[in-house]
Structure formats: structure tokens, C-alpha cells
Design a protein around this ligand. Structure first.
Ligand code: ZN
Length: 81
């Protein structure tokens, strides 16, 4: 019976270690992603949490929840005025 307890402890310990590693990996990925964004040429106000999508025609980033057209006539996004 002692052997069984030892095995279960070993297995649970291994699982905890794996979970911790995954957690740490996720944190590092997030940090690298954030650093890459900070090194970009985008102004600081673009750091907001709102998602942006890239306009395939003009190459500018527009907010995905409220896309607006640029000056180009062939822009795929609908313009407002
Ligand atoms: Zn555009």
C-alpha cells in the first residue's frame, strides 16, 4: 500500500510540474509578444486592447469592431462620409 501512495505522489507531482511549465511558457510568450509590439513603430495610443485588422488595399490598421475606409476608393471597408 505504501508503494501505491508513493506512485500517486510521483504522478501528481509530475502533473503539477508540467502545468507549471505550461503556465510559465504562456507567460513568456505573452511577454515576448508585448515586447514586440512595444518595439514597433506604432504610436502608444495604438496599444489599447481594441483589436485591429489590416486593410489589404492600403495597408493601414483599422479597428475590427468599427472599420472605417481610408482615402482610397478601392478600400474594402465602408466609409462614413
Ligand atoms: Zn483601406
Amino acid at each position: 500500500m505504501k508503494f501505491l501512495v508513493f506512485i500517486s505522489l510521483l504522478v501528481s507531482g509530475w502533473y503539477i510540474l508540467r502545468w507549471l511549465q505550461q503556465f510559465e511558457n504562456g507567460r513568456r510568450l505573452n511577454r515576448e509578444r508585448g515586447a514586440g509590439r512595444r518595439n514597433g513603430t506604432q504610436p502608444r495610443r495604438m496599444m489599447r486592447t481594441t483589436d485591429t485588422i489590416l486593410c489589404k488595399r492600403c495597408g493601414t490598421y483599422v479597428p475590427s469592431d468599427f472599420p472605417t475606409a481610408c482615402d482610397r476608393g478601392d478600400c474594402p471597408f465602408p466609409g462614413i462620409g
